[in-house]
Design a protein around this ligand. Sequence first.
Ligand SMILES: *Cc1c(COP(=O)(O)O)cnc(C)c1O
Length: 362
Amino acid sequence: MKIPFATFKYMHAEIKDEMFSKFKDIYDKDWFILGDEVAKFEKEYAKYVGTKYCIGVGNGLEAIILALLALGINADDEVIIPSNTFIATALAVSYIGAKPILVDPDINTYNLSKVGLEEAITPKTKAIIAVHLYGQSADIAEIKAIAKKHHLYLIEDCAQAHNAKYKNKKVGTFGDIGCFSFYPGKNLGALGDAGAVVTNNLKLAEKIRALANYGSIKKYQHIYKGLNSRLDELQAGFLRIKLKHLDDYTKEKVKLAQKYLSGINNPKIILPTIGINRTHVFHVFAIRCQNRDDLQKYLAKHDIETGIHYPISIAKQKAYKSDMLNDLPIAKQIADEELSLPLYYGMTDEEINYVIDTINKY
Ligand SMILES: *Cc1c(COP(=O)(O)O)cnc(C)c1O
């Protein structure tokens, strides 16, 4: 049996007719940027997350760049981020000229907690970006309390955690601004690049909307040196269809993850831990193993495709070598030991049991 790391096969078969007819509608409507579909999606997604405003943007990286710009973060400011996040979180900070400051996550949840946070704050610190990594909420209440105490902005990078909750409130509602990616492989994915920014602050929402559209509110009048980062009508239309099913997609991934959690029983494997007061939507089912590379080869030999999130920590990336970022021990450990197991909507019992049995025999 061949098990892919991920596939859209089952999900996209179910909604194929609806997606095709959406394409036809938009094609016939003859309007592709800043139209009805985007406006409707923004309304629906804000409601889904539980914020007042949502602005559709080009992708997740630009969502974070726009958030930093809207908050007035400048060159020479410092922004705290987790040491083990996807590179986009760091790149957004670097892109606006500010300096990313790495803080190691909790080794059990792989997410930021209050540990190490206050020690990283300097007079130059302006913001914290909390990433809800792998689909689990970070320790967001504690992080928020520290941000508040030190008068720092809080941005949530929710790119991997659509629909994840902390104390029954969805991620994206805790910080000043929440940033989402709808890259195809995320838990809510478009058929191309797409993203969104959510906030409860009208002024920030208006500024982000302008910044994402050439710094303009009125055509040909530019109040900011903005960029072009807009969600397009087609992607918004496709996302509206998938959004209707996101609760079901989430439930299915959680159900499959629970099968892994109860089925995998091997002293060489460390299974994911869910912290208190929060949910995990399992964008990534991350296990750890001291012989990770060997385990990955063994699984590949048995036709099981896996991933690594991420094999090289930010501090060790060539792009960041000259920035003298310290490679922190937990980031290094996760980069050395993490392995992501196959997990996708429609995965059959036969498929998941095969993965479980193969891992247990390792
Ligand atoms: C995917 C991702 C992003 C970037 O999103 P894109 O849409 O690919 O630009 C940012 N942060 C995290 C944690 C991600 O996983």
